[in-house]
Design a protein around this ligand. Sequence first.
Ligand code: DP6
Length: 337
Amino acid sequence: MADFNYNPVTAQAHANIALIKYWGKRSVDLNLPAVGSISLTLDALKTTTTLQFDENLNEDELQLDYRKVTGKPLDRVTEFLDIAAETSNRPRAKIVTKNSFPTGAGLASSASGFAALAVAADKALNLNHSKEELSRLARKGSGSAARSIYGGFAEMKCGSSFDDDKDDYAIPLHDESHWDLRLLIAVTSTDKKDVGSTEGMVRTAKTSSFYQGWVENQQADLEEMRSALHAKNFEKVGELTEHSCFKMHGLAMSGRPPLLYWNAATTETIHTVWNLRKKGIAAFVTIDAGPQVKILCQPDRAELIKQAVLSVNGVKNIIETKPGPEASIVQSEIVKN
Ligand code: DP6
């Protein structure tokens, strides 16, 4: 039985962008990935979460950006805390969470959310988990959250067992001081997406004839990305990033029914970036299970690229970020309700 700490505990974690994408699960029940992935943690996208166990509560209470949340998102948090505490027979908790990025910008990330919650739960349950254990715990909330435990560049490993997760956790590759890059996030829609990543992955695995090839080729992309990051070879990192993104989206599009996460502005932004590249400006796109386009570039090119992309019809705004730090406990930043 966990040793409950009834004081409020606050943790923060940053979202991440996958340069080599995670798409597909070898176990839905245990949330085990079918492929490894490599990501960059993002400084500007931060989640701060305060967790407090309270013996007087009858159910968990969740507040996100000053609004009470019920239904599925709350159930997911309750299930996660049961897993962290290794029992559902536990005191209920109040969870108050806040994102540094605008709510409804289509960026609300389960990665920073579950990484922050994992770190807060570890402290509130006096678990003293290692980084590896924290990452494994965060993964149970959301696969991409496992990578947000670390700053800079991280790799999510993929085990081979179907009934245990001993090899399914992320490891750090390089911290945020390794390489000063920029990621520009072009927001093209603030609508809620029709098909979330979990459902999208399950559909793809079940129905796409490309799926096996995707799984088999991932190892080569991971190896190349590791060396390119180590060598700080920007052209190579960019080329691999785009390759993994388009392979993932091609795979999603080949599902039945097909999954197309893009809108017209997404496509227009891709072409704008490619046109800049023809003019010698190094910039590369990546896209997750949504219509926003993320552009990887070097700091001295960020302003020019931003201006070009802002002129695309349908691009609402651009969020600029540099590599961000690891998830941590924060003393000063208690989120008030
Ligand atoms: C396209 O981590 O959201 O962003 O494990 O089901 O919660 P679950 O999926 P999630 O999927 C992320 C998919 C992606 C690619 C990536 O981040 O690697």
